[in-house]
Design a protein around this ligand. Structure first.
Ligand code: BGC
Length: 772
């Protein structure tokens, strides 16, 4: 756990240059806009600890799979989000000496991520080996208004010398991925052009042939006057730069304004890329840095108006939740159904930038309640569009007749994960994808989605479960062998309760969806039946039989659901009895020891209780929580939020709060010692859920919005907004009272503390806080 960042409500602040934590800071201070993202690398040269990261959404490379023992069915490649052109770079020489922060004495270093207005700022004083001193003030952002554009303002003040400064803004496509399997570079130059104050490099990915054109245009001022008239140019393979020499003396101020754009062939015809890139940088240049920054401020204010959570009385918690919301909004804007949310977003290479079950299980609730419904609809459409590939994927594994197995990890719909116990066995992801549809429909009421797209996906998933179970004569039940549940610290188990339960739920939900579609849209149903060769009486009958007769392990004596067939034969130890130096287990224990132990990586049975809580009574929740929580090590970032929500529901306020802090400040405090790889973006949505669903007690059941708010003892108050079926409401929770403001122009009906109320448009209602 690290504690080097200052606490502040709206900013993330590093004061003093923590060189050894620089890669962690590079992740934390990342900026992005849903279309491109940039780690907090420095503009000037830096040879210290760093991982360069500049990412363009949707552009990936299928790196040849590298495993020791090839298993039939493995995907040929692992898709990787690509480190793309370095567009922020500005090389500087001061009186002949390269300005490299790793070799300078650095004073008054301050790095600030301004989350309210959406920019990154860095100021410091540096003393070079020559003794020459400069002060630097740098600011940059990825525009959320023009989402293919980034802008930088970099100001150098000369403190104690006279001489020459050489400034070379550049674009460098000669970059690599740190995680390349064969140390290969993935970009090939197609074209480049450089002129005294700008230019571009157009590059293409090997194999996938995506093209990205990165352009720049800049302006350099000395004490406010133009100083870039004598710019020279330089280029080499995949690289362009301009070169400006300026004579300076004490007190002079040099300002570099650099405008860049990253356009990809995903969004522009290849033949127009260069022209459009030039158009984009010229437009940014014409607007100017200050106008763009002002637009950015206004656009971010709008985002915050809808998605902010205000916590009074606890700065650490306030900063934590805003940090999470900020990064979620930087990662996915929901405008493009081809894009999704990688576990690290645009902040690192780990997990390849691909899509996991995290999206449906964790991210959708956040976007449902804080953005227009088209945002989460696009996340569902992403899977709909990949249905054919999910069917192909199932065929490769021996399934047939339209059964679909969605990939555990994917970029384009194809599976690209290659650890057998996950690729072949972590099939519960299919359940999460069905659950995402259910969650979307109940929150938005958009049943048309179910008719036009959802039911087709559900049927393909139901077909998969039907073929994946088998009938056990001994048990007289349907069973499912050889799976890995959400708890990846056990593999190849039989009858994982969570997987069996979600399979049975999927089958029932699909039957319901079909009945609804038949009744409401019979013609569309007939068309769908034909398209997918559906045999209603055979298939639905079988689904119902399986759903009702699936084996769900349960222990009579303990009266808990059993994680899988062998779980209770393990030595059942509590995490509190684990020596501190053994944790995290995945960094200290051998893998076989982890597998044999009872320790649970992340919510598993409890994930099921969280998803389907209305199907179980409170005592069942409590017994299972009290049994499983003490054995859970939360070594997946996705875990503490689920435990926090369940603990809040069960009135275990301290536990709920402990788990909340662990999720909210996971990256800021580098809790799992891995923030340098990138931020845990998908679990950030879990943090939001821990506040809104946990402390706020927000649920949607049927057509009903439900709230059961309680206030953590450490907070004076907290408030959040939610969009529910086109109504916007704000919930403010104080110790004694809960206030609900209906901000929309229609009547709002809701249930709070088990009573039903109507709150007229544009008005507020007050309730006693019944939980405390
Ligand atoms: C978790 C998975 C998750 C993945 C990506 C793993 O550590 O166990 O459930 O999908 O990370 O976030």
């Amino acid at each position: 756990m690290k504690d080097y960042l200052k606490q502040d409500e709206w900013n993330i602040i590093e004061e003093g240059f923590y060189r050894k934590h620089n890669k962690i800071s590079e992740s934390i201070f990342s900026i992005g806009n849903g279309r491109m993202g940039q780690r907090a690398n420095f503009e000037e040269k830096f040879t210290g600890e760093t991982m360069l990261g500049s990412y363009v959404a949707g552009v990936y490379y299928p790196d040849k799979t590298r495993v020791g023992w090839w298993k039939n069915g493995y995907p040929e490649y692992f898709a990787k989000v690509l480190n793309a052109a370095n567009w922020i770079g500005i090389d500087i020489e001061i009186d002949g000496e390269v300005f490299n922060l790793a070799e300078c004495e650095v004073d008054n270093f301050r790095r600030v991520l301004n989350m309210k207005e959406g920019y990154l700022e860095r100021t410091f004083k540096a003393k070079l080996k020559s003794g020459n001193e400069v002060k630097v003030e740098a600011k940059r952002f990825c525009s959320i208004v023009d989402d293919e554009v980034g802008a930088i303002s970099y100001k150098i003040s000369v403190l104690n010398f006279s001489g020459g400064i050489n400034i070379s803004p550049y674009v460098d496509f000669d970059v690599k991925n740190e995680d390349a399997n064969y140390d290969e570079k993935f970009w090939v130059e197609v074209d480049k052009y450089v002129e005294p104050k700008g230019g571009y490099v157009l590059a293409e990915t090997k194999k996938t042939a995506f093209q990205v054109c990165t352009g720049m245009r800049f302006q350099i001022l000395k004490n406010g006057d133009s100083a870039d008239d004598n710019a020279g140019v330089f280029s080499r393979e995949k690289y362009i730069s301009s070169d400006v020499k300026i004579e300076v003396k004490d007190g002079d101020e040099i300002t570099i304004l650099k405008y860049c754009s990253n356009l990809s062939s995903e969004n522009h015809p290849k033949e127009d890329l260069v022209k459009n890139t030039q158009g984009a940088v010229n437009q940014a240049f014409a607007k100017g840095f200050n106008t763009m920054l002002e637009e950015q401020r206004i656009a971010w204010l709008k985002k915050w108006e809808q998605s902010d959570i205000i916590i009074e009385g606890d700065i650490a918690a306030q900063q934590g939740i805003r940090f999470n919301i900020f990064h979620l909004n930087q990662t996915y804007s929901g405008e493009d159904a081809r894009l999704n949310i990688g576990p690290k977003g645009f902040t690192g290479e780990k997990y390849g930038g691909s899509t996991y079950w995290d999206t449906e299980a964790y991210c959708i609730p956040f976007y449902l309640a804080t953005s227009d419904q088209k945002v989460s609809r696009n996340l569902l459409m992403y899977r709909y569009k990949q249905l054919d590939k999910a069917i192909e994927n199932a065929v490769k594994l021996g399934f047939k007749e339209g059964a679909a197995l969605y990939p555990m990890v994917t970029m384009n719909g194809e599976e690209c994960h290659n650890e057998w116990e996950i690729t072949f066995e972590e099939i519960h992801r299919n359940g999460a994808i069905a659950y995402g549809i259910y969650d979307y429909v109940r929150h938005t009421g958009d049943k048309e989605y179910l008719i036009d797209f959802g039911t087709e996906v559900l049927i393909a998933i139901a077909r998969f479960w039907t073929q994946r179970v088998h009938f056990s004569e001994r048990r007289n039940k349907y069973v499912m062998h050889g799976v890995t549940g959400p708890n990846e610290y056990e593999n190849n188990v039989n009858n994982n309760w969570y997987t069996n339960f979600i399979a049975s739920w999927c089958l029932k939900y699909t039957v319901g969806a079909i009945m609804y579609m038949k009744e409401i849209a019979p013609e569309k149903w007939t068309a769908l039946e034909g398209k997918i060769n559906f045999y209603e009486y055979v298939e639905m009958g079988e689904w119902e039989k399986i759903a009702e007769n699936i084996y769900l392990p349960h222990d009579e004596k303990l009266d808990v659901f059993v994680q899988h067939d062998g779980f209770l034969d393990k030595e059942l130890i509590k995490t509190k009895d684990l020596p501190a130096e053994d944790q995290p287990l995945n960094q200290n224990w051998s893998w076989d020891r982890i597998l044999r132990s009872c320790f649970i990586k992340q919510a598993d049975v409890l994930q099921g209780l969280y998803f389907f809580e209305d199907l179980f009574d409170e005592d069942t929740h409590r017994r299972n929580f009290e049994f499983y929580e003490p054995m859970t090590v939360h070594e997946s970032s996705l875990s503490p939020c689920v435990h926090s929500i369940l603990a809040a529901k069960l009135g275990m306020k301290e536990k709920a709060y402990e788990m909340y802090l662990r999720t909210a400040r996971l990256d800021l405090d580098d809790y799992n010692n891995d923030t340098e790889d990138g931020l845990h973006i998908t679990s950030m949505a879990g943090t939001w859920m821990a506040v809104v669903k946990g402390f706020g007690g927000m649920r949607v059941l049927g057509e009903q919005l439900i709230l059961n708010p309680s206030l953590p003892n450490e907070w004076k108050s907290f408030s959040f907004k939610i969009l529910f079926r086109k109504s916007l409401l704000q919930v403010i929770i104080r110790k004694e009272k809960v206030e609900i403001k209906n901000l929309s122009s229609k009547n709002l009906h809701l249930e709070i503390y088990k009573e039903h109320y109507d709150i007229p448009a544009k008005s507020s209602a007050h309730f006693n806080n019944e939980i405390g």
